[in-house]
Design a protein around this ligand. Structure first.
Ligand code: FES
Length: 184
């Protein structure tokens, strides 16, 4: 606080007045105490404000909600972008029954090559297939079982299915948006 402020506390039987130079303190009479804090933490004796501000977003407005479960394909992939601040990371999702797996949209053989270039990744015999050199990846753990990067694995992204929708649960990201609107 740059300029002093005079605070006066009056009750029926008493009156007290102080000049304040600090950002917090108190003024007391016989039967009342006025505690104050300017621009700082709330004094301990003051009850917390029960108004918690805006109501939490609905599920549909959750920035980590990716898509309805039914929109995630079994014979292809849904392409999305997960964001952390200003940084975006492309990921792809594939569904097996009620389970959804997600990986970074990048081939371990050549990271600049996207498994899903925009129309869905190739899925053959229940494996993802890189269109560039034919590497094949397990749809669960993303391990490459054949091709030039055999033994390497796709980078997994954590997602979860809740109430019929898929949500990003990977702590590295704070929001997600779809890049493909429809899926096969
Ligand atoms: S870039 Fe994917 S297998 Fe070569």
């Amino acid at each position: 606080m740059t300029d002093p402020v005079r605070v006066t506390l009056e009750s029926a039987a008493d009156s007290a007045s102080v000049r304040i130079y600090d950002d917090e303190g108190d003024v007391s009479t016989d039967d009342a105490t006025f505690r104050f804090s300017v621009g700082g933490d709330r004094p301990e004796s003051e009850p917390a404000d029960t108004d918690e501000g805006p109501v939490a977003d609905s599920e549909a407005d959750d920035p980590r909600r990716i898509a309805p479960l039914a929109d995630v394909p079994t014979k292809g992939t849904l392409r999305c972008e997960a964001r952390s601040g200003n940084r975006g990371t492309e990921l792809i999702l594939r569904r097996e029954g009620e389970t959804v797996s997600a990986w970074r949209n990048s081939c371990p053989h050549k990271p600049a090559v996207r498994l899903d270039p925009g129309s869905g990744a190739i899925v053959r015999d229940d494996q993802l297939v890189c269109h560039e050199h034919g590497a094949r990846f397990e749809c669960g753990d993303g391990v490459c079982t054949a091709g030039p990067c055999r033994g390497d694995a796709l980078e997994s992204i954590a997602v979860a299915v809740r109430d019929g929708a898929v949500y990003l649960t990977d702590d590295r990201f704070d929001s997600c948006r779809r890049l493909t609107e429809s899926a096969a």
